[in-house]
Design a protein around this ligand. Structure first.
Ligand code: 5GP
Ligand code: MN
Length: 320
């Protein structure tokens, strides 16, 4: 498979790189690292994301090159679709991107069904960034300092700061090599985790009173409403990381954020500890992800949504 990806790179000149809507550190770090690699190989490359880059990732080298309007697609020969288990995850332009003659999917979600022929999918990998690192190593491309910063960011954020169960020996070895290639762990962490706008902390303050513990303390959750966002002057992306708070409580095995969307639906972020599988819960609602980190969108009034989610958690526990 790796050979087929390197063939795609060798044989073509004009590339599009994209990733999932509401891009996170893994999506952005992977896109930008691949961008730098392809540019270094003399290719023409555009990076397209449906949604804006959260402010704490603007330090990533090349982030100013990301576009949010798709250019005319006729010239693109290959589209790299990163960190997406399905093509639809790229957002509203998925169908158009699907018309580019060669699609390459690089991803690490268990729910990935293989939507295109040329792909590199490893659910054991911590992050898509770890896979891009592997790709670069395997084709003998020497990782530049810019790439190292992007890939370290991807791995750092998708492992929750090297804490989640996806942190394996290979993950830490990759991170160590990236540091050797110029990634600066302290500078990167400061940019990502210690550069919050005050509105994020105001939003957190408004959100904490919604803490609920259910199922004998095994399920912890927080609710972020549109009103709380507006009152705090916060952007939706500021909720990133809130899900770690209920999870930090002893005894909590599943942590959930119910974030109200402008259309009234709820975007759920689910996290679990150990062998508890939240991907199965997200899948009930048409979402997906990984065993310990998953997401989905659910329609309905909040009490009803919560009831259905608890039901899905019980069903998934009974199945296990
Ligand atoms: P987050 O809670 O950070 O948005 O997402 C956690 C994980 O679940 C990520 O790996 C993300 O790709 C996946 N995920 C989040 N929302 C969805 C969704 O609506 N559909 C699918 N298939 N995966 C999702
Ligand atoms: Mn990822």
């Amino acid at each position: 498979m790796l050979r087929r990806i390197s063939e795609q790179i060798a044989r073509h000149r004009i590339f599009l790189i994209t990733a999932h809507e509401r891009p996170d550190g893994d999506a952005l770090g992977s896109e930008l690292a691949l961008y730098h690699m392809l540019r270094n190989l003399g290719k023409e490359v555009a990076i397209y994301n449906q949604d804006p880059t959260p402010a704490n990732y603007l330090f990533l080298p090349g982030s100013d090159r990301i576009i949010r309007e798709l250019p005319p697609l006729d010239s693109f020969e290959v589209a790299f679709v990163l960190d997406c288990s399905e093509l639809d995850r790229v957002g509203g332009e998925a169908a158009r991107i699907g018309t580019i003659p060669n699609l390459v999917n690089i991803d690490h979600h268990i729910s990935n069904g293989g939507f295109c022929e040329v792909r590199m999918i490893d659910p054991q990998a911590s992050s898509t960034g770890e896979l891009i690192f592997r790709l670069a190593s395997d084709i003998g491309f020497e990782v530049t300092g810019e790439m190292a910063t992007c890939l370290y960011t991807a791995i750092l954020t998708d492992t929750g700061g090297f804490r989640y169960g996806n942190t394996r020996q290979g993950t830490l070895l990759a991170a160590a090599e990236l540091v050797a290639s110029g990634a600066d762990p302290q500078r990167i962490s400061e940019n990502i985790y210690e550069a919050d706008p005050p509105a994020r902390i105001r939003l957190l303050a408004a959100t904490l009173p919604t803490l609920a513990l259910e199922e004998g303390g095994r399920v912890g959750s927080l609710v972020v409403t549109q009103k709380a966002l507006a009152d705090a002057g916060a952007l939706p992306e500021y909720t990133e990381g809130f899900v770690d708070l209920p999870r930090s409580i002893r005894g909590v095995e599943i942590s959930i954020i119910y974030a109200e969307l402008p259309d009234g639906r709820f975007k759920l972020s689910l996290r679990s500890k150990g062998k508890v599988n939240v991907e199965r819960v997200a899948r009930v609602f048409g979402g997906g992800g990984h065993m310990n980190a998953a997401g989905c969108r659910v329609e309905g009034e909040l009490p009803e949504v919560r009831r259905r989610v608890i039901e899905a958690i019980r069903a998934s526990a009974a199945e296990a």
